[in-house]
Write a protein that binds this ligand. Structure first.
Ligand code: KG4
Ligand code: ZN
Length: 403
């Protein structure tokens, strides 16, 4: 089975092609992500309408690159018939495309003019690849961005006549870990998803059975990294930059003292909720001294290390507590913030020391931030359970909640 997967819920345009063999092996044929970091850098965060426009521009080139890498990009096959009268071969187009199909695409892409302009010439030039399924993220995420990916999926599904499934972005962050690795004995599975838009801790009691345990009451952990980086004048996205600066000076991990100290919000509350907006405010108060921003390198490095450690402390403490209370057999981590090197290291250390019999799945760093592969893997499981949605019925669900 070959799956084409499309992810556009935020600022990454991701397309993956995944082959699942009869013996359930997963072959990643391609996983291309076009990042819009340069565009959003000046805003210190994602600007939804700009992101939508970029997705419109990027989807066809990313699809082309993805097909190329998967060795599935084939130029349209012109057929030759023999012109007996003139005694020369005559080139005729196969009737694989028709005008009615193109007017259908124009209707589907009515609100995506930038995309239509690129897609129609592409479909005229290249042959239909032998996909069995198209999987597309339909939420949660930024509504204008979700719609571009969905409309793109609809256009391809209608033109190529391929079945479609919708994918929940949060589940995709979980299932990117699970190409073959969860069995019945691994339940209940405790999932921690930490990204730019979400910080959620929930229990997967069985395949498809979820219970939300807690989530952030204000900013997501990734958003906190991004906003703190903006306050410190470090650029966007904040997570990787703060992590790099923290590496330069890791006072806490080395046991040395740091001159800055931040709170660990809600670390000891009985529930499993989080709150990160206070952390950002604390950073702001400490950074502005006598109306001026503290700018020196040492301060920025120390503050970065402390921001990172405050977030790590809260995430690990609550996850370990939930794991013990709900007797989790497995812990799955996912989302952009899980790319953080120090967080990964400390999570593994704590799990091994405090709950040594718990299995844990942490995605390869390159699959933590948004990508098409996570949509493809989740899409495969949805198709296996016959959870298809006709392309005509797919809608963006910006506030989709796990259920
Ligand atoms: O999952 P993701 O790509 O997009 C959303 O679904 O939101 O996550 C993006 C978030 C950003 O806030 C970014 O700052 C954070 O993940 N991030 C990191 C690291 N790499 C990305 N945070 C901490 N450390 C990192 N190395
Ligand atoms: Zn994400």
């Amino acid at each position: 089975m070959k799956i084409l997967a499309i992810e556009t819920s935020c600022d990454d345009t991701g397309i993956a092609i995944l082959e699942v063999t009869k013996t359930n092996d997963f072959n990643i044929l391609s996983n291309i992500v076009s990042s819009q970091i340069k565009i959003h850098k000046k805003y210190g965060g994602v600007h939804p309408m700009l992101a939508k426009r970029e997705h419109q521009k990027n989807l066809v080139p990313v699809l082309k690159k993805s097909l190329e890498e998967a060795k599935l990009l084939k130029i349209f096959n012109f057929q030759f018939s023999f012109d007996t009268r003139r005694r020369i071969p005559r080139r005729v187009l196969s009737n694989e495309f028709s005008n009615s199909k193109f007017s259908n695409i124009k209707k589907i892409l009515e609100r995506e003019p930038g995309l239509e302009k690129k897609l129609i010439p592409f479909l005229k030039k290249y042959r239909k690849p032998n996909f069995d399924l198209i999987a597309v993220t339909n939420g949660p995420g930024l509504e204008p961005c979700l719609w571009v990916g969905i409309n793109f999926a609809k256009a391809l599904a209608s033109y190529w006549n391929i079945p479609t499934v919708t994918v929940d972005h949060i589940k995709a962050h979980i299932f990117v870990n699970t190409t073959k690795q969860i069995e019945q004995k691994d339940f209940p599975v405790l999932c921690l998803i930490v990204s730019g838009g979400h910080t959620q801790l929930f229990l997967m009691k069985d395949f498809g059975k979820y219970e939300m345990l807690g989530e952030t009451r204000d900013d997501a952990a990734g958003e906190c990294f991004d906003k703190c980086a903006k306050i410190l004048g470090l650029g966007y996205p904040g997570g990787p930059i703060i992590s790099k600066l923290a590496d330069a000076r890791r006072p806490l991990a080395d046991g040395r003292r740091t001159s800055v100290k931040l709170p660990r919000p809600m670390i000891n509350t009985k529930d499993y909720d989080f709150s990160f907006s206070g952390l950002k405010t604390a950073v702001l108060y400490q950074t502005i001294k006598d109306g001026r921003k503290v700018k020196n390198k040492k301060y920025k490095e120390e503050m970065s290390a402390e921001i990172q450690q405050a977030i790590i402390d809260v995430l690990i403490k609550k996850t370990i507590k939930a794991s013990k209370n709900y007797n989790a057999k497995t812990i799955i981590l996912g989302g952009g913030v899980i790319a953080n090197k120090e967080l990964r290291k400390q999570f593994v250390e704590k799990i091994q020391r405090l709950i040594p019999n718990t299995k844990y799945l942490i995605p390869n760093t390159k699959y933590c931030t948004d990508n098409g592969l996570m949509v493809a893997v989740t899409g495969y499981f949805r198709a296996k359970q016959n959870k298809f949605t006709k392309w005509q019925k797919i809608k963006a669900e910006p506030n989709l909640r796990i259920k």
